[in-house]
Design a protein. Structure first.
Length: 298
């Protein structure tokens, strides 16, 4: 198994959407998520992690060590049972086996981390309370994402659409089209902040340098193979990475995030932003604490 990373990281993702719904809210009829107090658009961490998982699954194609635990069409218990089988135990006999072998829990957890990229990266709750209770433990992953929020308020729009295909035979004589709706954000630039703990990577999951480079690639390309009419035009515009020269870090994360400024190129222009070139992104690298280096990708 590859050596875990030795440096702490923080990072900022800047991505935008044009005429699409970046993250529908099921509590609001699948309209784009919006903070009702500020009007800023929201995209959940779960939404972004799903796209990262999908990219890894696509490029690695179930390669050893890079499988995905949380995926469509595969019950979690199926993967849990693999970990039990790898240790030569079944759910029925696990309690007795654990009494005789106190290290069994750790080996099961380590097997899951070694085989599933998303567990090694984001962690997972692998405890299911079902008959014979499959329990592979709980893992706090070294990589954590916050909610993304738009740089400026967004105004979701409800767009009425029509189609010429009629659903029911009985409706053919009285109408030629049927109506539908879709929700869009005309334009929004979103900012997401993330954290990577080398300490957790070393102590718990074994998240490695190879995993780290795959994570950066996944973030930069997470929308490139996730196209749909509902999501419109989405793209990661820039990934800004702060690398500490130690495992525990050299400065608080908030100090690093505050060096990243996103502002209008023409702040006096009252027109709403409609493209990425309406903004400028700056990083005050001169004010970075000693022991922290900045890398910009995109």
């Amino acid at each position: 198994m590859a050596e875990p990373i030795q440096n702490r990281y923080e990072f900022v993702i800047l991505f935008d959407v044009e005429n699409g719904n970046p993250n529908g809210d099921p509590d609001a009829g699948n309209m784009p998520r919006v903070d009702p107090e500020t009007g800023l658009g929201l995209v959940t961490d779960v939404c972004l992690k799903r796209k990262i998982r999908n990219y890894v699954e696509m490029v690695k194609e179930e390669a050893s060590g890079f499988r995905i635990y949380v995926k469509d069409g595969v019950p979690l218990n199926r993967s849990d049972e693999e970990a039990f089988a790898a240790q030569g135990v079944t759910a029925k006999e696990i309690k007795e086996k654990k009494k005789a072998d106190p290290d069994l829990d750790r080996r099961i957890r380590d097997w899951m981390c070694a085989n599933f990229f998303d567990i090694r990266t984001f962690g997972a709750v692998m405890t299911t309370f079902v008959k014979n209770s499959l329990n592979c433990g709980q893992v706090r992953g070294p990589v954590q994402l916050g909610f993304a929020h738009s740089v400026e308020p967004v105004i979701p729009q409800e767009v009425t659409i029509t189609r010429v295909a009629i659903t029911r035979e009985s409706d053919m004589e009285r109408k030629d089209t049927e109506m539908g709706r879709k929700y869009i954000v005309p334009y929004g630039l979103y900012r997401c902040e993330g954290y990577i703990s080398a300490n957790l990577a070393r102590k718990t999951t074994g998240f490695s340098e190879e995993d780290l480079e795959l994570l950066w690639s996944s973030i930069l390309n997470m929308f490139e193979h996730d196209r749909s009419a509902a999501r419109g035009k989405m793209a990661v515009r820039e990934l800004i990475i702060f690398k500490h020269d130690s495992e525990l870090g050299c400065a608080p994360a908030w100090k690093l995030f505050e060096t990243v400024k996103v502002s209008r190129v023409h702040p006096e222009d009252p027109a709403p932003a409609r493209q990425y070139s309406d903004y400028q992104v700056t990083v005050d690298e001169d004010s970075l604490p000693e022991g922290v280096a900045c890398r910009r990708m995109g």
